[in-house]
Ligand binder design. Structure first.
Ligand code: VG1
Ligand code: CO
Length: 544
């Protein structure tokens, strides 16, 4: 029944990046390409005979075909059971929830997150381990090594097609396939974390909200949770029908790509609260009336107000943030007497910290926040947490944020992305900055003294694994930072991310526009990197 098929295409795999492997759909459609990657995963994760695999994706183009291929390969490789979301749909946090709840061996999540979808756009795949989180580097490195010399994969001699449209159990060779409700396990988990009664009362008052699913995976989740369970009005949800090309959009919840929502929240009849999620449902953007909450501030504010939510009533164990994320959360941790961990970019680095109960809340500046309820960042979770806080505090989003700054100070923050630049130019920029580490040390830049510059390196406090070269840091004595980092999720050329931060404790100076407050650091960053010169760009592609 199981046959070894010659792997016809050399894999040509790039090392899986910050979150799995992302490539153009056309690349994934080459015969043997997806199969080679999946076999490399199966060959690298240990003994799963008789175990359960979770499979689901964000509904983008090629999702259904990929799932059929994976089911057939899982059967041929010896899994006993596959749990798959109805119509192949599982948001990334929902997949994490399902893996944990049913004690699965792991899961394959099909998504390229916010990258555009469609026949000429992107597809992606990542493997999550039994704790529900992204595979750690030890496993992704093993997968990568396998892809370099794979020459055969296992699948069924006669492919079996599973009907994914109905919740049912069927048999594929020796393996059973259960098509499960994509939403219910996740919705139940959310209900156990937050005060749904309080949120329901808030939504029944004159409080108005708008949630934008950006035609991606969170639509069905938002309908069940926000509308059916919490009573949000129909017109408070927009773009909630998932489309295989995301409606031609770029479902990245930030001020540039979530323009429709931003226009509503900055418009004349703006609602009190606005939120959006990304392609696979793990990111979130939070807006108030005419007000934007930076993701770094959001993490700090959730931490400072954690006790308003039933799940965190007894307090949190600690906080973790990725290195480029602002230090706002550190100040809250300090005030609460908690540990705060600084990790490399990518959610996989939070897994060990959560598994060992060192931290409860985690966040990244890239619109990702989450907690130990799953092992992925979680867009709707953040939206519900904010609603819970708003319901309990009865203040506007803006008031909550400005009060926070008053108490803890404001970390002005911005990220400038230069997308799809030639890889050579991107490397030149990084080398150019590295070349100046020595001369920068101790010198004055933008009116501030540089304390140190380095390539960020992280030693995991739980398993002692070391990750080097996780971004260049220019650290100033007054707490300001300039950081240069190359993206690990792009599919075209390279993307340079420039992260800027400065701290303002003086309340009278906390009301500035972030770009103005950071203007001297922005100029300084160009002078030390020659970024615009090397890339031949006059401005960033996206500013958040
Ligand atoms: C980006 C973000 C990072 C995030 C990653 C995955 O990575 O900066 O913080 O973890 O995307 O996000 P990079 O390497 O391009 O900077 V996602 O929503 O998969 O889902
Ligand atoms: Co995502």
């Amino acid at each position: 029944m199981n046959i070894n098929t010659q792997a016809t295409t050399p894999f040509e795999g790039q090392k899986p990046g910050t979150s799995g492997l992302r490539k153009k759909v056309k690349v994934f459609q080459q015969p043997g390409y997806l199969e080679n990657f999946v076999q490399s995963v199966f060959d690298s994760i240990g003994d799963f005979q008789g175990q359960t695999l979770v499979v689901g994706g964000d509904g983008r183009f090629f999702n259904p075909e990929a799932i059929q291929i994976i089911i057939n390969m899982a059967a041929a490789n010896g899994f006993a059971r596959v749990l798959v979301g109805q119509n192949g749909i599982l948001s990334t946090p929902a997949a994490s929830c399902v893996i944990r709840k049913y004690g699965a061996f792991g899961g394959l999540i099909l998504s390229a997150s916010h990258n555009p979808a469609g026949p000429d756009e992107d597809f992606g795949i990542k493997y999550n381990i039994a704790n529900g989180g992204p595979a750690p580097e030890k496993i992704t490195d093993a997968i990568y090594a396998k892809t370099e010399n794979i020459n055969a994969y296992k699948t069924l001699a006669t492919p079996i097609h599973v009907d994914l449209s109905q919740q049912a159990i069927s048999q594929v060779a020796e393996m059973s396939v259960e098509v499960i409700d994509s939403v219910s396990d996740y919705a139940e988990l959310m209900q156990s974390l937050f005060d749904f009664d309080a949120i329901r009362t808030l939504l029944a008052s004159d409080f108005r909200m708008c949630f934008d699913a950006m035609h991606a995976v969170t639509g069905p989740y938002a309908k069940v949770i926000l509308q059916d369970m919490l009573g949000a009005s129909t017109d408070s949800l927009i773009n909630c029908t998932p489309l295989e090309d995301f409606g031609g959009g770029h479902p990245d919840p930030n001020l540039t790509y979530a323009k429709e929502l931003v226009d509503i929240l900055y418009g004349e009849h703006a609602p009190d609260f606005g939120a959006a999620s990304d392609g696979d449902g793990d990111r979130n953007m939070i807006l108030g009336k005419h007000f934007f909450v930076t993701p770094s501030d959001s993490l700090a504010i959730l931490a400072a107000n954690a006790k308003t939510a039933p799940a965190y009533k007894a307090g949190i164990a600690g906080i973790a943030r990725s290195m480029p994320t602002s230090g706002a959360a550190d100040r809250v941790a300090d005030a609460l007497g908690l540990d705060c961990y600084e990790t490399p970019t990518g959610w996989k680095f939070f897994g060990n910290l959560m598994d060992s109960d060192k931290v409860t809340l985690c966040g990244e500046e890239s619109f990702g926040t989450g907690s130990n309820h799953v092992r992925e960042k979680d867009g709707l979770w953040a939206v519900l947490f904010w609603l819970n806080i708003l319901a309990v505090r009865g203040q506007s989003v803006e008031n909550i944020v400005t009060e926070h700054w008053k108490k803890f100070g404001r970390n002005y923050y911005s990220r400038h992305d230069y997308e799809a630049v030639p890889t050579d130019a991107a490397n030149q920029v990084m080398e150019h900055v590295r070349g100046q580490f020595k001369s920068l040390q101790g010198s004055i830049l933008a009116g501030r003294k540089i304390q140190t510059c380095d390539d960020f390196s992280y030693t995991d406090p739980v398993d002692q694994s070391v990750s080097n070269n996780q971004g260049i840091r220019i650290l100033f004595e007054d707490g300001s930072r300039i950081i240069f980092r190359l993206s690990g999720t792009g599919t075209q050329g390279a993307t340079i991310r420039l992260y800027l931060e400065s701290y303002e404790g003086d309340v009278s100076k906390q009301g500035m526009d972030a770009q103005d407050a950071l203007a001297d650091l922005i100029i300084a960053s160009e002078s030390i990197s020659k970024l615009q010169h090397f890339t031949n760009r006059s401005k960033p592609t996206v500013i958040t």
